[in-house]
Design a protein around this ligand. Structure first.
Ligand code: NAD
Length: 262
């Protein structure tokens, strides 16, 4: 198994949810971990302790709202200052908004495109020069099945995630030959706050409990009938960062319980 000790990994949105599971997986291979999120300080602190317990060589935490101008630049500078040059960037922070196009608020469209697509673009732009200098780098973009197929009422998210898959391919072409890879991971439904909000809204519409909503919600899209465990996404990200991933670039990895096989 590859050892990532000596590497510094930045995972956006990693104080909770999928990002935290990814950071834990990288921590257990000995990486220095730069955690980031906008959760309450005690949540970030607890996540930091979990990273140390998992085996992280060092841990630092940043809390910038990535929708603020200059936040991407500041985040990379902060990680560099605390843990050294960024070797691994995982673009994970993301948001969703669900509404039919005619009622889709312009400001929600802008926020979803900004955080899910433009922020990864800026972070990649800021980390690539150092990765090139060091002759090694891994960029993993957490896209979604919605980077490959659409669902109704998710126009901004689907557009942003399709864009992120396109960005992934372009970065791969521009970094080929520099020992830098860039790939996208495309999960199906994972039970995190992002999905909990949708489950609650659908349960309310149908007049049933959230737990009663789980089965029809999954049956509609995800043939496995089970949520994807966040740790499975961490394992794929680790694989892409390992030596075995050196020749994998510009690819999309679905972890979707069969969603996109239909
Ligand atoms: P989540 O809501 O649990 O976590 C999102 C993370 O993003 C949080 O850590 C939060 O701190 C961070 N974040 C939110 N707004 C931010 C902002 N303005 N600035 C900085 N950070 C911000 O969601 P999740 O389900 O863990 O999603 C993580 C990624 O996985 C997202 O990119 C999402 O699109 C993607 N994804 C999720 C699912 C799913 O079913 N949950 C499926 C496919 C893809």
């Amino acid at each position: 198994m590859s050892d990532l000790s000596g590497k510094t990994a930045v995972v956006t949105g990693s104080t909770s949810g999928i990002g935290k599971a990814i950071a834990l997986c990288l921590a257990s291979s000995g990486c220095r971990i730069f955690l980031h999120g906008i959760d309450a300080p005690e949540i970030a602190e607890r996540a930091g302790e979990e990273m140390h317990a998992a085996g992280a060589a060092a841990v630092a935490v940043g809390d910038g709202d990535l929708l603020e101008p200059d936040a991407a630049n500041d985040l990379v500078a902060m990680a560099h200052e605390h843990l050294g040059p960024v070797d691994i960037l995982v673009n994970n922070a993301g948001i969703q908004h669900v509404a039919p196009i005619e009622n889709f608020p312009d400001d929600e469209w802008n926020r979803v495109i900004e955080l899910n697509l433009s922020v990864p673009f800026r972070l990649i732009k800021h980390v690539l020069p150092t990765m090139r200098e060091n002759g090694w780098g891994r960029v993993v973009n957490i896209a979604s099945v919605h980077g490959l197929v659409a669902s109704a009422q998710k126009s901004a998210y689907v557009a942003a995630k399709h864009g992120l898959v396109g960005l992934t391919k372009t970065v791969a072409l521009e970094t080929g030959g520099d020992q830098i890879t860039c790939n996208a991971v495309c999960p199906g439904y994972v039970r995190t706050p992002l999905i909990e909000t949708q489950l609650e809204a659908r349960a309310k519409d149908e007049g049933i409990t959230v737990e009663e909503m789980v089965r029809p919600f999954l049956e509609e899209k995800q043939p496995s009938g089970t949520f994807v465990p966040p740790a499975d996404i961490g394992a794929v990200v680790f694989f892409l960062c390992s030596d075995a991933g050196a020749q994998i670039t510009g690819s999309t990895f679905t972890i979707d319980g069969g969603w996109t096989a239909q």
